[in-house]
Design a protein around this ligand. Structure first.
Ligand code: PSU
Ligand code: MN
Length: 310
């Protein structure tokens, strides 16, 4: 039987492809954060600023998304703008990579889909804001983010500020333990709480430097560990939100979601939007601050991994 080889379905920008081939540092960035997570025009500004900060650190940015159905690693500035401003953009987790390809749709890729595409393109580090995880009430709704399974099966370093505050953090950490996903706190013993430094839970391990993360990743690769390594990087202290105000608005957000009958994929964007609108911009400011802080650490880790392999 003659099997026709399928050429790669992923489009990789030349700049990203050659940096990966030459083992120069590359940092993957997701697109759902600006297609579905942040309001306009802050979303486009944030996406551009993140790329600029990465370049300023001598690292090649690879913003990942889907354009006309084509999974793309290294979106151009025009493509980032198009995905940020269009009203017709799908939220693509891993399974939507298949359906958007056939329908030739534009999509923002979640952490799950971004991690998969980045890893397939040979990228070793990815920075984001906050992870998806187990939603409250999941014992009856079964609503757990596809981020969990993707991170259990995709070898990459992911820098985040913990799981999003709207989630059941205890259950999310249990899931990661079951799937044997290593989690380390960057200069902290506490699992970060997205808008705040401490989620109320401990991390199983702690690192002090980007070099340590690079060595862990190297070891995990040698072991052929199937999962990601999660680096929890807390929001800087002076930029965190007031916990009491946050807890109160999160409770109201859940109630509003229940009353509006929001379910499934719409849940996370609904909750984030509610919190943004009801904290007078405080949560938005914190979200952007923690994101840029994670981008900075991701650059350091990408640099450390690239020096380790020279
Ligand atoms: N973090 C943010 N804003 C976001 C997200 C994360 O600061 O918009 C996105 C990520 O793309 C994540 C997704 O993968 O939300 C999780 O959605 P869900 O719970 O439906 O899996
Ligand atoms: Mn869900």
């Amino acid at each position: 039987m003659v099997v026709t080889p399928v050429s790669s379905p992923i489009r990789i920008a030349d700049e990203v492809r050659s940096a990966v081939a030459e083992n120069r540092p590359v940092l993957a960035l997701e697109s759902t954060i600006f297609t579905h997570g942040l309001p306009r025009p802050t979303n486009l500004e944030t996406a551009r600023q993140a790329e600029e900060n990465v370049r300023a650190r001598g690292v090649v940015p690879a913003t990942i998304g889907v354009v006309d159905g084509v999974p793309t690693v290294g979106l151009s500035d025009e493509e980032i703008e198009r995905l940020s401003l269009s009203d017709d953009v799908v939220k693509a987790s891993v399974r939507e990579l298949v359906t958007t390809a056939c329908a030739k749709q534009d999509a923002g890729t979640t952490i799950a889909a971004t991690a998969l595409l980045a890893q397939r393109a040979g990228i070793k580090v990815f920075s984001t804001g906050g992870l998806g995880g187990v939603h409250h009430g999941a014992s009856t709704t079964f609503d757990e983010s596809a981020d969990i399974l993707a991170l259990a099966t995709t070898p990459i370093v992911l820098v985040s500020s913990g799981a999003k505050a709207i989630l059941d953090i205890g259950a999310t950490l249990e899931r990661f333990e079951t799937y044997s996903v290593p989690i380390v706190g960057y200069r902290t013993d506490r699992y970060p709480g997205f808008y705040v430094q401490d989620s109320g839970f401990a991390v199983p391990a702690r690192v002090e430097t980007a070099d340590e993360v690079a060595q862990m990743f190297d070891f995990a690769c040698a072991l052929e560990l199937p999962s990601a390594i999660l680096v929890g990087n807390p929001i800087p202290e002076h930029q965190q939100m007031d916990t009491a105000i946050l807890d109160e608005v999160i409770h109201r957000a859940w109630k509003a979601a229940e009353e509006a009958g929001v379910r499934g994929q719409g849940t996370t964007p609904f909750l984030l939007d509610y919190i943004q609108r009801h904290t007078g911009g405080e949560s938005l400011r914190a979200n952007i601050a923690l994101y840029h802080n994670n981008v900075a650490l991701g650059c350091e880790v990408a640099g450390a991994i690239s020096s380790l392999n020279r």
